[in-house]
Design a protein around this ligand. Structure first.
Ligand code: WTA
Length: 690
């Protein structure tokens, strides 16, 4: 495997977009009833949480149910943390049983809306109370057990946004099986890679899912992946659309058959706090995605507490909150803030199956009014799309139920922030811009609404118990220092936190190298940041070769590997170009195999004059389709540029900075259907790149 390298480049351009002087204090009505009602209260609790993080997190942990208390809060041997040592708990119990067996039994846990609009002009809506969810989770857990799936087994989940997807996670957690959710937009090869890496014994999927009016044939894609996944012994298929699928007689089972043939009671496994809960793959700077491992105890505590404070949930002043995080459960945001965080808080969680613009551009606003959503959490890329689609779609709806708005996944530009506050929040809702990562498991930097004044474009200040810092790039001896307030540098986390990923599945060395080597003694986030005079954090994007396309993380090497797997491609270099809507768009520079450029003569003609020239535009389309087929449409390059050779330094390193510049600021030759020649420019820049 290629080593994880972290070429660090700090993007200074973004500094000009900073907007430090605009400050929005929390709306007084909100603050009056918030968990943390003032800046003083935040600062006081933050100071105490940093002075004694172990006591702080232990107090939070005591709000959850433990079968056996911990003997020690933290054991820290950098980079390995153990939180709540010897503690025993079950996250499914804390999400479901605790509420179903208590006062919340009849409260709606999941409120689901389907994408298709029925003949009556309305979409299908399903609600599950905590008591009903309890039943469903126990049956699903027993169904998994009936297949022989046991504690410690890895189970892949490749489903659409249905209530059963949440139930699948909770069922795995209940029996101690480690789930590995694979986003429903990934292609067969990407599924196979992930399933094989962690040797999953089963895949849970569905016949098809709905997205923007079309059906995505999930089972068929799984069937394709299964050709190369020998570890998988069972496939469980949820019937969602009823579209016929091929069922293998011994390997494949219908979800409804399994759950109807098992007992409705399934006791929770008593999991050790450090038992793995899930694996989630995310892109790094090599071609191979990393299977980050999250464990049970610390993850439970931090997702519980961040949800409570950042989204002001579990607040007696707001018993009828309806909480909606629009993320797909296939990403970490869906794990922590659709399923585990809000359910631990006994919230009513809205789940929507489909796209924001189906059947019309106002679907989200319709959903908010229909279900009286009060807390809404989405991505900047979605907000930029709403702006582009036009205010008329928003203005048709009341949106008066909203009291809190959130964003996640990428930096939000101040203009989009202001629009969100004005058009969606009616200047009445605090906005929480939450910075965190798959690796951090839970929110790390975000304003506590009701307490911390917001600045558009800043994730503001750290969560309790979290100690971030911005440091200089370490020198050759590994020396670095914190930058003064007002400057930029690398974002690091100085102390362990409960929901941190514990390792990369099967590759602890890569874990150490990727996150704990660049900045000795600290967790290195891969992000650049600046801290302003008030200590507010301004995220400036990745400083490594990870792209953020529409809030989705993608490694440049992943896309490059997919491209070079095509027979006509010799070499490929992928860079990100700033994009108004997606944040970044993928631009691939490709050199072709000589054979691909040879004009093909028609088979039955010996006349050289009849040879057809190579259609480079058609080849571009072919390569875009190829990447979609290899990884999924999220990785589809926006632009492909053919070149004779990639600009390289004398030592053979691709000059990515040059390519990024070219991708951003135009081309060398206007005609993009011919090969570009970078040789001259490359020479000019060689000394500069080193
Ligand atoms: C970026 C998503 C600026 C960042 C939860 C990070 C953000 C990467 C923000 C993690 C934010 C996430 N402001 N940038 N509020 N939130 N990012 O693992 O570059 O999919 O490193 O986790 O997204 O992406 P991931």
């Amino acid at each position: 495997m290629a080593p994880e390298t972290t070429p660090i480049h700090i993007n200074q351009d973004l500094e000009s977009t900073l907007n430090e002087t605009r400050v929005f204090p929390p709306p007084p009505d909100f603050a009056a009833h918030a968990h943390i009602p003032s800046l003083g209260a935040y600062e006081d609790l933050y100071a105490r949480s940093i002075a004694d993080p172990e006591s702080f997190w232990a107090a939070a942990a005591r709000e959850l149910h433990w079968f056996q208390p911990w003997s020690k809060v933290l054991e820290w041997n950098l980079p390995h943390a153990k939180w709540f040592v010897d503690g025993k708990l079950n996250l499914s119990y804390n999400c479901v049983d605790r509420h179903a067996l208590g006062d919340n039994a009849d409260k709606t846990a999941i409120l689901w809306e389907a994408e298709p609009i029925g003949p009556n002009g309305q979409p299908e809506v399903r609600t599950l109370t905590y008591a009903e969810l309890h039943q469903e989770v126990q049956r699903a857990a027993n169904a998994l057990k009936a297949l022989g799936i046991k504690r410690g087994d890895r189970v892949a989940v490749y489903m659409g946004m249905t209530p059963e997807l949440a139930i699948a996670l909770l069922a795995c957690a209940r029996i101690g099986a480690i789930h590995s959710v694979i986003f429903g937009g990934f292609a067969a090869q990407a599924i196979a890679d992930r399933v094989n890496d962690s040797q999953c014994v089963a895949i849970l999927t569905q016949d098809s899912s709905y997205r923007r009016g079309s059906e995505i044939p999930l089972k068929r894609i799984v069937d394709e992946a299964l050709a190369t996944t020998p570890s998988v012994k069972h496939v469980v298929v949820l019937k969602r659309s009823g579209t016929p699928v091929t069922m293998h007689p011994t390997r494949d089972h219908w979800w409804h058959d399994l759950v109807s043939s098992v007992e409705p009671v399934c006791e929770c496994e008593h999991m050790d706090a450090e038992d793995p809960l899930y694996i989630l793959y995310t892109s790094g700077t090599t071609g191979k995605p990393k299977g980050l491992v999250h464990t049970t105890g610390g993850y439970s505590v931090q997702t519980y507490l961040t949800t409570k404070y950042v989204f002001d949930l579990n607040n007696p002043a707001h018993p009828n909150d309806v909480y909606w995080c629009t993320a797909d459960i296939g990403w970490v945001t869906g794990h922590s803030y659709v399923v585990y965080g809000p359910l631990q808080n006994g919230a009513t969680v809205l789940m929507y199956e489909g796209a924001p613009n189906y059947p019309a551009f106002d679907r989200f606003w319709e959903i908010i009014d229909r279900h009286q959503v009060s807390i809404f959490y989405t991505a900047p890329t979605a907000i930029r799309a709403f702006i582009k689609w036009g205010n008329e779609h928003v203005e048709r709806h009341k949106l008066t139920s909203l009291r809190l708005l959130g964003t996640v996944g990428e930096p939000i530009n101040p203009e989009a922030w202001m629009w969100y506050r004005d058009k969606i929040g009616h200047d009445n809702c605090p906005i929480v811009d939450t910075w965190w990562q798959t690796e951090t498991g839970g929110i790390m930097i975000a304003p506590i609404p009701g307490a911390v004044p917001a600045k558009p474009g800043s994730a503001t200040r750290p969560f309790f118990g979290i100690e971030p810092d911005v440091v200089t790039k370490p020198d050759s001896e590994g020396r670095y220092e914190s930058v003064p307030l007002g400057s930029g540098g690398l974002l690091v986390i100085r102390k362990p936190w409960p929901s941190m990923a514990r390792t990369i599945y099967g590759d602890d060395e890569r874990f150490q190298k990727t996150y704990w080597s660049d900045v000795p003694g600290c967790y290195f986030t891969g992000d650049g940041a600046r801290r302003d005079a008030d200590g507010y954090y301004w995220l400036m994007g990745r400083v490594d070769d990870v792209l953020n396309v529409s809030g989705h993380r993608l490694g440049t090497m992943e896309v490059e590997s997919a491209l070079v797997a095509h027979t006509k491609v010799a070499e490929a270099a992928v860079v990100g170009r700033p994009d108004d809507l997606k944040g970044q768009a993928i631009v691939a520079f490709v050199t072709l195999e000589a054979s691909a450029l040879r004009p093909s003569s028609s088979a039955n003609s010996a006349d050289p004059a009849s040879t057809a020239p190579v259609d480079l535009n058609a080849l571009k389309d072919e390569l875009k389709k190829w990447v979609t087929k290899e990884i999924g449409s999220l990785a589809r390059p926006e632009e492909i540029r053919f070149t004779d050779a990639l600009p390289k330094t004398r030592s053979g390193k691709i000059m990515r900075r040059l390519l990024r510049e070219l991708a951003t600021h135009g081309s060398i030759q206007g005609d993009t259907t011919t090969l570009e020649d970078f040789a001259v420019i490359a020479k000019l820049r060689e000394s500069e790149e080193g």
